[in-house]
Write a protein that binds this ligand. Structure first.
Ligand code: MGD
Ligand code: MGD
Ligand code: MO
Length: 915
């Protein structure tokens, strides 16, 4: 490709207060001054927000102009002469600050009041003007305190809320002296549609918006840069710490979040300090029933356990596993590692199972998550990794989201998508529920659950029909297209519209938009993957991208949004039964030889069992002992009555967690581990970006670092391991994993984020992949046609409703962490089931009233929420509430290729709780 020579960007020379300065193109006077170390007061301006120029604190005098100019909005022109530090502009600046200061109440809500800071810098005296009438405080929101007596109406909060996060809650109302910010239609914040992302708090210069409960007032001793422990977006943040407590958190300017956070990252980290933290090793008492028929009593969780010292607990924990291994062979054991832990922890955990237990029976929650996406991706394009980072949406013309409730589950990623919609991009959302992101879509396809393949095949049919196949891409970069084309011939939009519930015209339009745009990108989530035909759903999506050539360039590709903060990393480092680190198959002799040499041992050539298969193997009596670190299968596995029975029938169970989880109740030994903020490690986000989580506080009581505990276990299983720091584990990982060979620990410490593939230390990392070839033997991608099939269990007369399970913004999976985070639990304290209001009316259930949900496998009672976004005949139930555990109802039927269970569809009955 030949490139036009780019003219060197012209810098603009101008004079400020007698100094010759030069500005970058587009740079404002204020920014150029700041860079040169010249202080011009400013309040309504904040880096990252659109300059608004409303406060006039930053006015400057420009030679030849009569009116003073707001330097935050004005760019210099060549030869401009500007004055900011004395005379007319300085007088005006002082007057503005004085007027604002006289409106401030006596009480301060923050120590970092920017108005006060400028006030001191400019050495101003007491304001001369009378104080205005002060508005009352609004303390109705659990996360955010509103004290408008400190508001200077700079509208930074409004821009943060509307333009940055696009949550559209804060507005500006009234005129003149009564003008004020408002929430929605003037509601109290607590009753408004606020999602508590706290971006407004971070933006507010005066403390008018602050963390509730005075948390933001705390003086902190140290600040520690880290990342968020919740989802795969990988937001960088800073902990503000004093007395070994995280006092509050601010967003850091990381590549995945540009300083933005969501409610969990900003207000949800106090689980770390919760009184339920495990602080001492626990051992099941000899007199306690082994079968854990203690009842699951959340008010009395420690019944049946006694405290032990570490030596005793570790001896028993590892001894029980060792005995089973020696007596019954390696396959009597299995391990679940964690996608909440670091790469180093996950790497050592799978190495422990493979070299200490002696089998490949190691898996983790990825099996319940994107396993089907990964199977389809590996099969068709040779790699399970995302092709482009989320941030690439700025280069896309069309953004397609399917089966992902992005605003709730990847909230910060969603902000970047919403930003693009505001710039006029096309957003197509496909989901059986009208979620918040659907409200931002230009095209929302509320199709029938379980019919992804019908809809996607019809879209592909329409692509062919409209002559929009990218023939050159298909020819050069793929094989097997003819079989796909033939397969699609019967999937006409007309034939599919009744199946999927989307009219043929819309199918054709969406096909045209997606296929003909310069760059289209697809994001998908659990709505696609968690079906018995999840792999086929993903295959259809991948085929769509391949046939239209919408992959392999900036702004165009495939992005299965990764869920847990480190599910990408845990998978990469081999916490999967069929593959060693870097997806090297265990049944390939060359791979095995390589790892046998690296680890100095012999390895099992047989792929191990997956999560749900392990539960079945326990029931069958083949697996007798387990080590579970940082997972809560007694809440997160399907058909819990079965899974819990299996766990309780284990001969020996070791659980390593930070809380007494439902899973821990079945344990023989419980090892108290450290929470995210109490240890250091590397984590890989959904963009394939490796980032550092840094230790900020010490663990409580006798809790120990996961990395240490794994090693203590390993030594007692006969392995001579001595890694003194995560960096030593990372160094070994680099030897085993070509994809991260170029990332050193030092580089992570310096750069804070490095994207892989990163082959050597000079490689800047590759955010966009598959640009020339696909990592398959032929270098080409291949098509796998997907047939349309139904869910395993369809509604019938006895169980006529469809149950969809999933998530809520404020809670994390099984609730272990977020239900112990005060603000999050206050916002969503009780189990809710969402139903269409007409259905509630028909059953004469008041919204908020209790409802009984029953499947062939179990029953729960939850409180209803009227939601027009869900279709009649369907119920949406989050799985975070132990009082109404959704997985008591779900079906454990598996996708045959990926072994992922069908969390997204099963048949239930619904009745008022009184029946
Ligand atoms: N707040 C919060 N955020 C999280 C998590 C959390 O627990 N809480 N968990 C993290 C993890 S591990 C993951 S995997 C992600 C998951 O993130 P998402 O994939 O967004 O999660 P879900 O809520 O499970 O389901 C997504 C959507 O699938 C839709 N759906 C249901 N049935 C179908 C169907 O048949 N077809 C299609 N196409 N869609 C369907 C649902 O209506 C729902 O909107 O979130 C991550 N982020
Ligand atoms: N019905 C239904 N079920 C589902 C899903 C669904 O959509 N519907 N989604 C599935 C998906 S996608 C996923 S990813 C799984 C998630 O399932 P799980 O991984 O089982 O769920 P979590 O609640 O995230 O469990 C994490 C555990 O790690 C502990 N923990 C946190 N930090 C640390 C740490 O630093 N060290 C240690 N040792 N422990 C720690 C927490 O206390 C918690 O017990 O759920 C699956 N189950
Ligand atoms: Mo997940």
């Amino acid at each position: 490709m030949t490139r036009e020579p780019q003219p060197f960007p012209q810098r603009i020379n101008f004079t400020l207060d007698g100094r010759s300065l030069s500005a970058e193109p587009g740079e404002t006077l204020l920014q150029a001054a700041k860079r040169a170390g010249i202080d011009i007061p400013h309040l309504c301006y904040k880096d990252g927000l659109r300059p608004d120029g409303n406060c006039r604190a930053c006015v400057v005098e420009i030679e030849g102009e009569r009116a003073l100019a707001a330097s935050c909005c004005r760019t210099p022109s060549e030869g401009m002469v500007v004055k900011s530090q004395d005379g007319r502009p300085r007088k005006a600046q002082r007057l503005v600050l004085e007027l604002l200061q006289s409106d401030m109440a006596e009480t301060r809500h923050t120590h970092r009041n920017e108005l006060d800071q400028w006030w001191q810098k400019m050495e101003l005296g007491r304001p001369r003007f009378p104080v205005r009438q002060q508005p009352a405080a609004d303390l109705s929101h659990p996360a955010i305190a509103v004290n408008l007596d400190a508001c200077i109406q700079c509208t930074r909060c409004l821009r943060a809320c509307r333009e940055e996060q696009v949550n559209n809650v804060i507005g500006y109302a009234h005129r003149g002296a009564t003008s004020t910010i408002v929430f929605d239609a003037g509601d109290n914040l607590g009753e408004s549609s606020c999602v508590a992302c706290g971006e407004c708090v971070q933006a507010c210069p005066t403390g008018a918006l602050m963390p509730a409960n005075g948390n933001g007032l705390a003086h902190t001793e140290k600040q520690v840069d880290s990342v968020c422990p919740y989802c795969g977006v990988g937001c960088q943040l800073t902990y503000h710490v004093s007395d070994n407590r995280i006092r509050y958190v601010t967003g850091r300017d990381g590549p995945a979040n540009n300083s933005r956070l969501c409610v969990k990252g900003r207000y949800g980290l106090d689980y770390t300090h919760h009184k339920h933290r495990l602080t001492v090793p626990l051992i099941r008492r000899d007199d306690a029933p082994k079968q854990a028929e203690l009842g699951l009593d959340h008010d009395n969780p420690f019944v049946g356990f006694r405290e032990a010292n570490w030596d005793e607990a570790l001896a028993l924990a590892a001894g029980g596993l060792r005995n089973l291994r020696d007596e019954q062979g390696p396959t009597a054991l299995a391990g679940f590692g964690s996608a909440k832990g670091s790469n180093e922890e996950a790497y050592l955990f799978q190495k422990l199972v493979r070299t200490g237990f002696g089998s490949n029976n190691v898996d983790h929650c990825t099996r319940l998550c994107h396993a089907s996406s990964v199977v389809a991706l590996l099969e068709m394009i040779g790699s399970g990794a995302v092709s482009n980072p989320v941030a690439d949406v700025d280069k896309a013309e069309v953004i397609l989201i399917i089966g992902s409730n992005t605003t709730e589950n990847h909230p910060v990623a969603a902000t970047f998508i919403k930003n693009q919609v505001n710039l006029g991009k096309t957003l197509i959302v496909m989901d059986p529920r009208r979620t918040t992101i659907a409200g931002h879509a230009t095209h929302f396809l509320q199709f029938k659950p379980d019919t992804d393949v019908a809809l996607l095949n019809a879209i592909m049919h329409a692509v062919i029909e409209q002559g929009l196949v990218d023939k050159e891409f298909v020819h050069n970069r793929t094989s097997g297209y003819e079989i796909l084309e033939e397969h699609l011939s019967s999937f006409t939009p007309e034939a599919m519209e009744h199946l999927c519930g989307i009219d043929a015209g819309t199918i054709r339009e969406v096909a045209r938009l997606y296929a003909s745009s310069k760059a289209s990108i697809i994001f998908w989530g659990m709505g696609v993957s968690q079906h018995v035909h999840g792999t086929d759903n993903a295959r259809a999506l991948i085929s769509l991208a391949l046939m239209t050539g919408q992959i392999g360039r900036p702004g165009t590709g495939l992005h299965p949004l990764r869920g847990q903060n480190n599910v990408q990393g845990a998978s990469d480092v081999g916490l999967i039964p069929m593959v060693f680190p870097d997806y090297q198959r265990v049944d390939n002799p060359a791979n095995r030889a390589k790892f046998e040499a690296l680890w100095g041992t012999t390895l099992d050539p047989k792929p191990g069992l997956t999560v749900v298969e392990i539960m079945h193997a326990i029931t069958d009596g083949t697996i007798r002992g387990m080590y579970i670190m940082g997972e809560n299968p007694a809440m997160s596995d399907p058909n819990l009555n079965h899974a819990r029975k299996a766990l309780s029938s284990l001969q020996h169970l070791v659980v390593q967690d930070i809380f007494m989880t439902e899973t821990a109740w079945y344990a023989d030994v419980i090892l108290p581990a450290t929470a995210f903020a109490e240890k250091t490690g590397s984590f890989t986000n959904t963009d394939r970006r490796v980032q550092l989580g840094r230790q900020a506080i010490d663990p409580p009581g006798q809790a120990r670092k996961d990395l240490e505990i794994i090693q203590e276990m390993a030594r007692r299983l006969g392995l001579d391991w001595h890694y003194n720091h995560p960096r030593e584990v990372f160094a070994e990982m680099r030897q085993a994993m070509p994809s991260i060979a170029g990332i050193s620990w030092e580089r992570l410490e310096q750069q804070d984020a490095v994207t892989y593939p990163c082959e050597d230390e000079d490689d800047p990392g590759q955010p966009v992949i598959f640009t020339e070839t696909f990592p398959t033997p032929s270098g080409k991608a291949s098509f796998t046609p997907a047939p349309f099939t139904n869910a395993d269990e369809l509604p019938d007369r006895q169980y006529p409703w469809v149950l969809i399970t999933g998530r809520q913004l404020e809670h994390w999976h099984t609730g272990a962490m977020t239900r112990r985070a005060a603000v999050l639990d206050r916002i969503e304290p009780i189990p809710v089931a969402s139903l269409h209001p007409e259905e509630l009316a028909r059953m004469e259930i008041e919204p908020g009233g209790p409802v009984r949900l029953q499947s062939r496998r179990g029953e729960v009672t939850a409180f209803t929420r009227a939601d027009e976004g869900i279709s009649p005949g369907q119920v949406f139930l989050p799985f975070c509430y132990h009082e109404a555990a959704a997985n008591l109802l779900t079906n454990e039927a598996l996708d045959p290729a990926a072994k992922i269970p069908e969390f997204k569809f099963c048949a239930i009955k619904v009745m008022p709780a009184s029946d």
